[in-house]
Design a protein around this ligand. Structure first.
Ligand SMILES: Cc1cc2nc3c(=O)[nH]c(=O)nc-3n(C[C@H](O)[C@H](O)[C@H](O)COP(=O)(O)O)c2cc1C
Length: 199
């Protein structure tokens, strides 16, 4: 369990990004369908739904073609993931007729968050990552110019005994979080209100 300050929902409190996946675990197409359904029902600006996903299950051709474009760092752990997903957002291209939303990347992130927690509810863990060749994936799958490959996500189960922050490539865990008062503006929970301010 992650060291959280307040009683988060158990799915949020238990989430962490494994850097080791069990290469014997097999995900199902039903799990993938539910994860995509979770993404489908994410909110988006004007219901623009500016997202799409390239989905591979380990052993299938899409998974293999995604693995071919991993960077050296992610190639050390991501091929063992049961599911690899490349996350795509719409992008503006002059002259295309699609209804571009400047919030496309924001909305995609939210859809991936939905997918992440749905996967977690199904017993899968997720590590999102950027260490891969985005242009290579776009070329590999002939992604149309008005779509951009942004990030990938690896889904699977971590080996028994694995703990949050465990990462063979990073002996020092990288799960530090900024303090609550740093991310809530104006920051005043621990200080007396200034004259004239509403407490
Ligand atoms: C957009 C994005 C890109 C990331 N890229 C990588 C990456 O290339 N390689 C990697 O090992 N982890 C990557 N991560 C995982 C983060 O390092 C991880 O989420 C962070 O260390 C916090 O740990 P936690 O998810 O266990 O709380 C990425 C996460 C996000 C959201």
């Amino acid at each position: 369990m992650t060291d959280v300050n307040l009683p988060l929902h158990p799915l949020l409190a238990a989430r962490w990004s494994p850097a080791v996946f069990d290469p014997s675990h097999v995900a199902t197409t039903e799990q993938v369908a539910v994860m995509l359904e979770a993404a489908r029902w994410a909110p988006s600006a004007g219901t623009s739904q500016p997202w799409a996903f390239l989905v591979g299950l380990r052993g299938d051709p899409v998974h293999q073609r995604l693995v071919a474009h991993l960077a050296r760092s992610s190639a050390a752990w991501a091929p063992a993931a049961s599911i690899l997903v490349a996350n795509l957002a719409h992008r503006f291209v002059e002259g295309t007729d699609w209804d571009y939303s400047e919030f496309a990347l924001y909305d995609l992130g939210q859809a991936v968050a939905h997918m992440t927690f749905q996967a977690q509810a199904l017993g899968l863990s997720v590590r999102q990552f950027r260490a891969f060749d985005r242009a290579g994936v776009e070329a590999e799958f002939a992604v149309p110019a008005h779509w951009q490959v942004t990030t990938m996500a690896a889904f699977g189960v971590s080996p028994a005994g694995a703990a949050p922050g465990d990462d063979p490539a990073r002996p020092v865990p990288q799960r530090h979080r900024r303090a609550p008062e740093e991310i809530s503006w104006p920051s005043r929970p621990q200080s007396a209100p200034h004259a004239g301010e509403t407490p």
